[in-house]
Design a protein around this ligand. Structure first.
Ligand SMILES: O=C(CO)COP(=O)(O)O
Ligand SMILES: [Zn+2]
Length: 210
């Protein structure tokens, strides 16, 4: 059954992300689209210790149906689902290297990570930085709506990455790719980086679509 499989996926991937250090404490939140609404992680929950039966279920308008009180970032997740009808899942983390990039004054707000590897281009695409809003603020919604149709992933300034995907697994894979690329970008900062040429980037986008 679709919903119980998604509940298990959210808890399994949450534990995997937490155990591998992709987000710490009670930071980050996960969601998935259901035929009749959404599943989201409860507020203040640790992604390492989620329980399928306690996940929050929302209706299609984002109203509480069942489970624990929802993440305060419901407006952020809803903005992605509204802007991207194909999105089946959204992953928000405070992963260290992507968050570091979101804090640097010289990160390009239109293109936070240069195209240094093909998987970044294939799985994530060009990542804009969304201006700072407080965690949980509904003010983020119009900012995301303005960018998410074109961009499956964004960095929230001074906060962290948000990544959508067609499936839950695809969103997690893209969030991991974004974090690993941010790590490479920062590891090679100050060194003569070789970027993928623009014709290679265009071909990767055409063939593998992001
Ligand atoms: O990352 C977070 C806020 O941006 C965590 O918030 P929640 O505990 O409400 O999900
Ligand atoms: Zn956060």
């Amino acid at each position: 059954m679709e919903e119980s499989r998604l509940r298990d996926d959210i808890c399994r991937w949450g534990a995997s992300l937490f155990n591998r250090g992709y987000t710490a404490g009670s930071s980050g939140n996960l969601s998935a689209r259901l035929p009749d609404g959404f599943l989201v992680t409860p507020t203040n929950s640790c992604l390492g210790f989620l329980e399928p039966s306690r996940l929050t279920k929302l209706d299609t308008a984002g109203r509480l149906v069942s489970g624990d009180p929802p993440t305060k970032e419901v407006p952020l997740h809803m903005a992605f689902y509204e802007a991207r009808p194909e999105a089946g899942a959204v992953v928000h983390l405070h992963s260290t290297f992507a968050t570091a990039l979101s804090c640097l004054a010289d990160t390009d707000p239109e293109d936070a990570l240069p195209p240094i590897t093909p998987y970044m281009v294939m799985r994530v695409g060009r990542v804009p930085v969304i201006p700072y809003t407080h965690p949980g603020s509904a003010d983020v919604k119009p900012l995301i709506l303005a960018r998410a149709a074109e961009h499956p992933a964004v960095l929230l300034a001074n906060h962290g990455p948000v990544v959508s995907g067609k499936s839950f697994e695809a969103a997690v894979f893209a969030a991991e790719e974004l974090e690993e690329t941010a790590k490479l970008v920062l590891l090679t900062r100050g060194l003569p980086q070789r970027h993928l040429p623009s014709d290679v980037v265009s071909e990767l986008r055409r063939r593998f679509g992001s």
